[in-house]
Write a protein that binds this ligand. Structure first.
Ligand SMILES: *[C@@H]1O[C@H](CO)[C@@H](O)[C@H](O)[C@H]1NC(C)=O
Ligand SMILES: *[C@@H]1O[C@H](CO)[C@@H](O)[C@H](O)[C@H]1NC(C)=O
Ligand SMILES: *[C@@H]1O[C@H](CO)[C@@H](O)[C@H](O)[C@H]1NC(C)=O
Ligand SMILES: *[C@@H]1O[C@H](CO)[C@@H](O)[C@H](O)[C@H]1NC(C)=O
Ligand SMILES: *[C@@H]1O[C@H](CO)[C@@H](O)[C@H](O)[C@H]1NC(C)=O
Ligand SMILES: *[C@@H]1O[C@H](CO)[C@@H](O)[C@H](O)[C@H]1NC(C)=O
Ligand SMILES: *[C@@H]1O[C@H](CO)[C@@H](O)[C@H](O)[C@H]1NC(C)=O
Ligand SMILES: *[C@@H]1O[C@H](CO)[C@@H](O)[C@H](O)[C@H]1NC(C)=O
Ligand SMILES: *[C@@H]1O[C@H](CO)[C@@H](O)[C@H](O)[C@H]1NC(C)=O
Length: 731
């Protein structure tokens, strides 16, 4: 039994290893110079001091001054704290962007710092505004977050609360180097608001250490000051020169002996850390660098004798005794070694069996996987495999017999939808779960590609307003996709083919949900995903009338470094972006256009292409725009909506819709802005209907919890998507 022997040995050595690698972590004491009680560890350093600071980490310590200062883009800032281990430096800075001062911004470009995403908040103070955090410099602008703030009656503005009334907060994206904001009015009537409430017309947005800012009413009237306040801001520093892999190969590698390198979390550069069992400053060589921790001299972890080794320690038991010798381990036991060996041997036997069974099972499982892979490849799944290979999507693979049973052999009675893409069946799985199953109609390459495309895209997406793909079946001749079943069918059907009325409140919510799902697709996925076929028949409604965006057969990801892709024009008449139609260049603004049409559909209950009074065929979007500018909006707006929402409200929504329908894509708002504005309108509307008072509907929001936050980091990786999805809603 040489094989069994081998496993036994392997197991024993494993046990041995786990025993001896026990170690402890000690607090870190590093060589630093001090300046007014702030310790300054290398790579930071006082100019002229020893060791000389690394480039970009120079600090001055004025003799009679108020503590250490650092120069950032030619302005000196006070340093509050430096943390060597976490890579933070807290400074006092005017990182502020003001609404009324164009070009007011704060930049860390060209420095070794970024705003910490975990320890700061993007905070905006002002009335009736959406503050968007801009990313990128002029020309290549993007938005990486933002929040909305309203002002209601003066009594609703309370000190200390920053939750959407006069003050709002949102997360700071990873790796941010520049604070520059764009402000838009939610109601579009800033000046009027201003006159009524005597609050400033200007807002400001700043980055500030989390929890260290408390809103006070006085701040509201100070947003336009010439010298913005200095507030604590946490910066993350790192050593530049690539990630760890790259840095290790370079001659300027900063991690010295007995230290490890780790990539900094903001994705820029790296930092160092003493290896387990060592302490000191990992950036320094010699006595101040990472030194062995003598575990034995402090509170000895051993029961008896303690032997310090480099980076570790060992405990020794007195002769004739065995055990790990640790105080918090098994200690030292006095029984004869022979007996122990036999007892351990016996105890290990079941373990050994389990281990052998496990390896057997593993081998068997691999065989199974191989068989599945063969099916997978056969079914035109080469493309799919290529695309899906890099990540493990939690998709279920259904067998064809399972789905056959679920749909009554794909009987016609089970059909719930039909389209160019294929047929959708309702199915009930053996565990009673109701699902929708989409089946291609023909084995044509184009259709199979669309299926694979949808599979790939949906497996990257996890958003509560996107229909969930449960799995697929590729064993059959025609590929099948299995989705969650959405009870109430398509919005198109609900709007145009039934007499059941959806309230305006619900419609507005559906619009917000759809917009937030699309904004998520545009911003939070690895590559922006353009849906390309946004229309009311692709927005499904579940039992609570929650919107679920579906049908991603035509969708396209756009590589991050591109603003558009050129494709064959595809879409649905009446919803299609005319600019895309002309240029074949697909951008995220094409979805914005289509969404604008859906918004108008919600307002009017008219189909996007419909018969006019006088036999002519009308394009809803154009006709709507025309009536709007002729001030005859109410002719086309659903009377139910006009009654429920009031004309002012209708007009605001109409304005937003028409901005989505601008002919030039670049003039349309981004989906994220649309989502924020709609959410703001929804809250306004809700409150108005609750209050039923004569107050100006533009003064909004007495609900202190109201806060719209959109967080969308463009740096999310595929793996993050399932956990970190976009937040749009109440705090
Ligand atoms: C710096 O200050 C700390 C306590 O704040 C002190 O323990 C340390 O000795 C000081 N270092 C120097 C170089 O003065
Ligand atoms: C240093 O800290 C001590 C106690 O924390 C304080 O009394 C002293 O004023 C500080 N010195 C400076 C220069 O800030
Ligand atoms: C400085 O940062 C360290 C680590 O983050 C923290 O423990 C300490 O309390 C901070 N000191 C001050 C004055 O903020
Ligand atoms: C804002 O900055 C841009 C680009 O740097 C510049 O062209 C423009 O003149 C500036 N505007 C103002 C008002 O300073
Ligand atoms: C911050 O203050 C510095 C120095 O007073 C000034 O040059 C800079 O413009 C200010 N930054 C902002 C964003 O106001
Ligand atoms: C901002 O945009 C630039 C390119 O314009 C990109 O390199 C950077 O990663 C973006 N940063 C964030 C935080 O999204
Ligand atoms: C700090 O940033 C500057 C400019 O990017 C760079 O030249 C320098 O090497 C950086 N310093 C360190 C220690 O990474
Ligand atoms: C740092 O990032 C690079 C590239 O993403 C990766 O290859 C490397 O393993 C990472 N190193 C560490 C120590 O995390
Ligand atoms: C640095 O190393 C210590 C132990 O040596 C560990 O506890 C700590 O988590 C490490 N820090 C980082 C940021 O990796």
């Amino acid at each position: 039994m040489p094989k069994t022997m081998f496993y036994l040995l392997l197991l024993l050595s494993l046990l041995f290893l786990t025993q001896t690698s026990a170690s402890s972590v000690y607090s870190m004491e590093s060589s630093t110079s001090n300046c007014s009680n702030v310790s300054i560890p290398y790579p930071f350093g006082i100019v002229g001091g020893n060791p000389a600071p690394a480039q970009g980490f120079e600090i001055t310590c004025p003799l009679y001054g108020s503590g250490p200062r650092i120069r950032i883009n030619n302005v000196m800032f006070g340093i509050i704290n430096i943390s060597l281990l976490d890579g933070f430096v807290t400074i006092s800075a005017n990182a502020t962007s003001q609404q009324c001062k164009r070009n007011s911004s704060f930049s860390l470009e060209g420095t070794n710092f970024t705003f910490s995403d975990t320890r700061n908040k993007f905070t905006a103070v002002g009335c009736d505004m959406v503050a968007m955090l801009l990313n990128g410099s002029h020309g290549s602008r993007g938005y990486s977050g933002g929040c909305a703030s309203f002002c209601s009656a003066k009594s609703d503005i309370v000190d200390g609360a920053c939750s959407g009334v006069a003050c709002c907060q949102a997360s700071v994206p990873k790796g941010l180097k520049r604070l520059e904001s764009e402000f838009t009015s939610i109601t579009g009537q800033l000046s009027r608001h201003n006159r009524v409430n005597n609050t400033p017309a200007c807002g400001e947005a700043f980055i500030v250490e989390q929890n260290s800012y408390a809103f006070s009413r006085g701040d509201l009237s100070n947003t336009n000051r010439d010298n913005p306040l200095y507030r604590p801001v946490v910066l993350e520093w790192s050593i530049y020169g690539g990630n760890c892999e790259e840095a290790r190969r370079s001659s300027s590698y900063a991690c010295k002996e007995n230290s490890d390198c780790y990539n900094s979390s903001n994705g820029i550069g790296y930092r160092c850390n003493c290896t387990d069992g060592f302490h000191g400053n990992p950036y320094l060589q010699g006595p101040d660098g990472c030194q062995d921790i003598d575990e034995c001299t402090m509170k000895s972890p051993c029961m008896h004798e303690c032997l310090n080794t480099k980076g570790n320690f060992r405990c020794k038991c007195p002769a004739g005794m065995t055990g790990d010798g640790l105080k918090e381990g098994s200690g030292c036991n006095g029984t004869g070694t022979m007996v122990i060996a036999i007892v351990t041997g016996l105890a290990l036997l079941p373990l050994l069996l389990i281990f052998m069974f496990w390896t057997y099972w593993l081998v068997k499982k691999r065989k199974l996987v191989k068989i599945r892979q063969r099916f997978f490849m056969q079914n035109g799944g080469m493309l799919l495999k290529q695309k899906l290979f890099s990540h493990s999507a939690p998709l279920r693979i259904f067998t064809s017999s399972e789905l056959d049973k679920a749909t009554n052999s794909f009987s016609d009675d089970n059909i719930i939808g039909r389209g160019g893409f294929g047929i959708v069946y309702k199915g009930i799985l053996f565990d009673q779960m109701v699902v929708a199953i989409k089946k291609a109609q023909r084995v044509d390459q184009n259709q199979i590609e669309q299926f694979v495309n949808e599979l790939v895209i949906l497996s990257q997406v996890n958003h509560k307003n996107v229909v969930q793909l449960l799995g697929c079946c590729l064993e059959t001749e025609l590929p099948l996709l299995v989705y969650e079943f959405i009870t109430n069918g398509a919005l198109f059907h609900r709007l145009h083919n039934t007499s059941v009325l959806i309230s305006w409140e619900d419609r507005l919510r559906i619009a917000v949900e759809t917009a937030s799902a699309l904004a998520y697709l545009h911003l939070a996925t690895k590559e922006p995903i353009i849906h390309r076929d946004v229309k009311s028949s692709n927005i499904l409604l579940d039992e609570n009338y929650t919107a679920k965006v579906s049908d991603f057969g035509a969708s396209r990801p756009i590589p991050r470094n591109q603003t558009h892709v050129t494709t064959l024009v595809q879409g649905t008449l009446g919803y299609m972006d005319p600019e895309y139609f002309q240029t074949s260049q697909l951008t995220e603004k094409s979805d914005v256009y289509s969404f604008g049409v859906v918004l108008i559909e919600l307002l009017t209950r008219q189909k996007p292409i419909y018969d006019g009074k006088t036999d002519d065929v009308r394009n809803l979007a154009w006709h709507f725009g025309m009536l709007f500018y002729q001030n005859q909006l109410l002719e086309i707006v659903d009377p139910q909506v006009a009654e429920e929402a009031g004309t002012k409200h209708v007009k605001t929504v109409a304005q937003l819709a028409l901005r989505c329908l601008r002919l030039k894509g670049e003039e349309r708002p981004r989906m994220i802005e649309v989502a924020i504005e709609l959410e703001a309108l929804r809250r306004l509307m809700k409150q108005h209907s609750v209050q039923q008072t004569e107050t100006d509907p533009l003064l909004c929001e007495s609900n202190h919890n109201a806060d719209v936050i959109i967080e969308a980091s463009s740096r999310l990786s595929l793996d993050d998507i399932s956990e970190e999805s976009m937040v749009l809603g109440c705090k």
